[in-house]
Every structure is written in C-alpha cells, then in structure tokens.
Design a protein around this ligand. Sequence first.
Ligand code: NDP
Ligand code: 2IT
Length: 480
Amino acid sequence: MSILYNIPKIVFKTRNHCFSKQNLLLMPINDVESSENPEVRSFMELIYNRNPNELEFIQAVQEVAEVVIPFLEDHREYKQAKILESICEPERVFSFRIPWIRDSGEYMINRGYRIQMNSATGPYKGGLRFHPSLNYSVLKFLAFEQVFKNSLTNMNLGAAKGGSDFDPKNKSDREIMGFCQSFITALFPMIGPEMDIPAGDIGVGPREIGFMFGQYKRLLRRFNGVITGKGSSYGGSLMRPEATGYGNVYFAKEMLDYHDETLKGKKCLISGSGNVSLYTAEKLLENDAKVVSLSDSDGTVHIPDGLTGEMLEFVKDLKFNRRGRIHEFAEKFDLEHKDEEKPWGIPCDAAFPCATQNEITGNDAEILLNNGCRLISEGANMPCTSEASRLFREKGILYGIGKAANAGGVTVSGLEMTQNAIGYTWTKEAVDKLLRENMKKIHQQCCKYGEVNGKVDYIKGANIAGFVQVARAMLAQGHV
Ligand code: NDP
Ligand code: 2IT
C-alpha cells in the first residue's frame, strides 16, 4: 500500500501525547493510506494543504471521502455546491485561555477550545474533553465525526466539540471546580440552549458537568438546559450516563441480529474503564456475553472467567467514586494486570474499543482477526487507525463504526434537550425504549446505504446516511 503524504516530519508518540517536530527525521505519516480513487486523492490533497498539521482530522476526512465521493457521482447537486468541502471547514472556532489556581497556590494556565462545526441540522451539539493530549487536530476530527453521528440520530442536532488540555487526574475537587468555573466563564458567550449545547466526553463526567452548569447559571441568572449529562435532580435525563455504552451494545445486537446471531456466550474485549466502557460491560452482561478485559492508560486486566456483577459494581465504585486505577481491580480479585498493554492480544469473538482514538493499530487488528474476532463495535470515537479499519473492512467482519455505534450518548442528550424544553421528565424505561428504537433506526440507515450482497459495509452506510441528511439541509439553506 503506498503512502499518500510524504511529509518531512517526525511524529513522536508517547503514551498520552503525540508531538510533531519539523525536519528532525524524514518519516511519512504511515497511518493515512493513499486512496485508489484519483478523485479522492485530489480532494485529500486539498484537505491536507489546508490543514497540514492535523493528522487525526485528515484521517477522519479520508474515511468519509472514500465512500462519499463515489456517491456524489449520482448526486451532482451536492458536488456542484461543494457540500463535502464545506462540511470539512468549521463554521467557527474559539480558542481561549483558562487561568486557574492549584491548592498549593500555584498559578496555572490551560488552553480551551470550542469548534462549532456545522449548524445545518440544528444547534451545535457535542461533548467537552479534558485530557492532556487534546489539541486542535484531535478536537477537529471529533467535531467532524459529530456532524455525521448527530445527523444519523435524526434529532435536529448540529455538531460541535470542545475541551481543554487540562488533566483532571490527581486534582482535588476544589481544583476541578475552579478549573470548570474558569472554563465556562470563557465559553459562556458562545453557548446556550438554542445556540450550542455541550456535554461530557473523556475527563468530563457528572462532577465536571455539575460545576460547569452551576457557573453558567450564575452568569446567566436563569435556569435552562444549556449542558446535557446533568444530574437528574437539576434537569438531567435518566439513562444519559448509561446511554453511550448501552447504545453501543444495542447496535452490536442489531449487527448480529442481521445474521441471526446473538451475543450470548460471546467472549468480548472492552478497552477503557470509564463511562462508555463500564456501561458497555453492564449491557453485555445483561445479554449473557462474557467480558474478558477492562483497561486504563496504565494497562489491561485480563478476566479469563468473565466479569461478574460483583466485579462490575466494584469497578464502577473504583472509577466513578474513588477515581482509582484499574490495577486496584486486578489486585482485589486476584486477576492478571498486564502493565502498559492494551487488551487486543487476548483471544475474543468481539471487541468493544471504548477508550480513545487510534487505540487499535494495524498490528492489533491483525492479531484480533487471527485470534478469531468477528465483531468490532466502536464505543470510542475513531478508535481504529486507517490501516486497522481497512483490515476489518477487507475481512468483511461486522464492523460498527463509532459514528453509528456510539450515537446512543448524543441520542439521549437530544432527549434531555427535549425534556428540558417541554419541562417534563421521562421515566428510565421510556428513555431506554427511545434509545433502543433509535439505535435500530441508525442500523437501518446503515443498511440502506451500505448493504452489498447480503452484508453491510458500515463505513459506507453510516457515512453516506449521515452525509445525505446534512447535505440536503445545507443545499436548502444556500451557500452560507
Ligand atoms: P472517560 O473519561 O469516562 O473514560 C475514558 C477511559 O479511556 C478511561 O479508562 C481512560 O483511562 C481511557 N483512556 C482515555 N484516554 C486514553 C489514552 N490516551 N490511552 C489509554 N487509555 C485512555 O471517557 P468516556 O468513557 O466518556 O469516553 C471514552 C470514549 O468514548 C472516547 O473516545 C469518547 O470520545 C467516546 N464517546 C463518549 C461518549 C460519552 O457520552 N461519554 C459518547 C460517544 C463517544 P485513564 O483513566 O487511565 O485515562
Ligand atoms: O462523542 C460524543 O458523541 C459525545 N461525547 C457525546 C455528545 C453529546 O452531546 O452528548
């Protein structure tokens, strides 16, 4: 496979960071592979020239371009109006300083962002990520993915993403509160229930959402539903914490059901041990699947006999309340902790990457396939490198990409917005039912655009279905 971008640049990868330095060593970016399609190649050249340092963004665009550009041949109106090119350009980007003070008295400065990517189908909507590896490219790929994901939900949601390079680990609650208040004070003019509605993502859970909501309300002097993922006592939807993980499993079930299969007895790998991972685990257990791994950035816990309900309760308390490390789970239940290792070497039937982008490399994908893995359902956003993604697609396994498989989170965020707007709270059962139905509809849309010879190509299906809805709205609204 040839390499598209021969860029004079080294990419230093450390565990949590990815730094680039010009001219230190000639090394191409080997993760974005050249397209066979000359039209895609020339489109990607344009994208690269306009966004030369944004590797993750370029990777995310190429996945879409590969399937949408051939589709445009029969839809010249979108091509003529340069809709795809337009979708690749954020409507608006904010970057701001976040001053805060440590308990020790040390003055700290972080960088905050909000990328308002597309508002063709509704107000900007998407999560906030607090992680030290966050940079503009990562956020832009996340905002770009959100355009297609939110479109797939059919809920009139535009797309945005934001966050900071702030690291919430090892910070006191008081420090987190100070940081969140400073962050939202800077973001305040740009957000609002009909303008831009943030939510959580990596490093932003109920605690952070609560602090941000409190400061927003104080500044606005009014109570509204500006953020989703709120606590249920102040306007949050029931089931929002569970939504992404549960939705991920509902989507996997749809993929299997299409081939008259079920999750029962399937050996499943899960990466991460945060919000998406643990609710994916919970729903897998309910479906009699066997969860054989959890992880965090320190390593992987191998659970050969399968996660039990008691173990899951322990990990939830460890991660959500005590903010502990996954090795503490291994120690408690006498399980093997593989230091610094990802889960992908453990034999499995299905894998649920739920931690972060590019966590499954081409090499990991080969190992997974050789070990018999036949289903991938992406709880995380873009967890597979382009090479891994190509390998899964070529092999023809069930490969549910994040835009579809993890759309349950933003679906219930949309339901939270509706509840806030009408001043009513639905029961857990009602929200769960709507979530399940929506994941089914998303799967049907993937089938509509991605079915080839009795198999569904979810990359094709999800991207084209997501594109069509946004493209129609953009075309109708003129060149704005
Ligand atoms: P959490 O912060 O709750 O959990 C993240 C988990 O992933 C932690 O176990 C964390 O380990 C691990 N992790 C994060 N970054 C890295 C890294 N660079 N290397 C290794 N491990 C890492 O986040 P969420 O569960 O909310 O999000 C997980 C993924 O799901 C993300 O890709 C997010 O974009 C996506 N997503 C989330 C949605 C939501 O509703 N929350 C909705 C849709 C997608 P550690 O604690 O050691 O850092
Ligand atoms: O990636 C995602 O879809 C999220 N982090 C959730 C977005 C939301 O607005 O609920």
